[in-house]
Design a protein around this ligand. Sequence first.
Ligand code: SAJ
Length: 440
Amino acid sequence: MTIREILLKKIANREIVAGVIGLGYVGLPLAVEVAKAGFRTIGFDIKKEKVDSVNQGLSYIGDVAGSDLRMLVEKGMLAATTDFSEIGKVDFVVICTPTPLDAHRQPDISYVESAVKSIAEQLHEGMMVSLESTTYPGTTEELVKPILESSGLKCGEDFYLGFSPERVDPGNAVYNTKNIPKVVGGLGTDACELISAMYEAVLENKVFRASSPAVAEMSKILENSYRNVNIGLINEFAIFCNKIGIDIWEVIEAAKTKPFGFAPFYPGPGVGGHCIPVDPCYLNYKASTYDFRFLTIEASMEVNDRMPEYCVKRIGDMLNRRFRKSLNGSKILILGVAYKQDIDDCRESPAIHIIDALRAEGADTKFFDPNISRFLHHGKVYESEKELTAGLIQSVDAVVITTPTHSDVDYEFVRRHAKALFDTRNATKELADKSNIELL
Ligand code: SAJ
């Protein structure tokens, strides 16, 4: 039997030992699904607190049920460790480490490199390696492959390497790790077949087999650049519609009646998170090495980056027009600091940029977010107000809805007690009396 046949048999018999490097919002749900599918799974992370939490069956990821985790740990199907030498026990390893930006908004793939170097030290014949971290096209072949081959083993013969974009959407009640369709691009047909077979043994859908890792890498970047550009477009429409007195939110509802050729996007205070504002920077990095520029993406990022300051101008205009007050010395309550609705993540959150800009204008800001009790920003801890009371709302000159949290906030209650309300998300669309509300 060839290595390929042996591995396919081991996959079918659930004899493969799996490993997941990076136990965050991508890696932990994946490790749980792989273990649930019957593969003994080892989770690897540099953070001991995450490893300890997993081994105690305590989930720290909203999409992972503690009961599932506990059951898998107790059955010995899932364990976590900070000891990366244990990668040697693994036949199929998935890299789910972060790919953030550095201080110059350039790709920082040091976390990926570190994980790959750990694998290279333990690489053995027949090992399958799948990179899931979002990165610029070419990473798998140009960066990962040489590091792994420094072990002396040959890619495509001794071990199998591919790229499979992560598509996790934290908090999505419909789409999850198990049912989101997967794309795999392998270095060689055997790699694509074997890595796809592993994912298909775990996930619900048939894998889309791309002809190369670069196609798979680029497909992910396209998915998120598409969102960035469309968000930039609708933000620009929102600014112009406000100028000419047209309700952009109604315009979108009208356009949505077209059953084809139009996907709705909504204006907002800016683009947060660790995907949409970040992934296009990875593309721009690669493009720059070919002296190529994505003008559409540059333009949309420019529009999106300016939305916080646009919102601050709109808040200042509202205070001036309604109360002859300037931002300087005014009191503002920010509702929602998460980067999007109903989650507890405030990375790159536009609400925080708005708070910075308001304070720079001399305003006094407070925030309330039922999902985020505090956040650290530029070395300062910001605490959420404990409760959204009538007294708190009445004590400020304006309330700003930056992130809707429909499950926890009664916007009629807020409207009733607010002097003025600037709604950047149309969270108040159902309210009858909008006399003290202004929309983005
Ligand atoms: N945003 C808008 N208007 C929109 C959509 C989003 O202003 O119409 C803002 C959000 O408020 C947020 C930012 O853009 O600040 C990003 O929002 P997002 O909905 O794209 O959410 P993310 O960042 O969690 O993106 C993830 C991505 N998933 C992965 O990369 C695996 C993305 O591909 C998903 O399409 C997206 O979730 C999703 O659909 O929820």
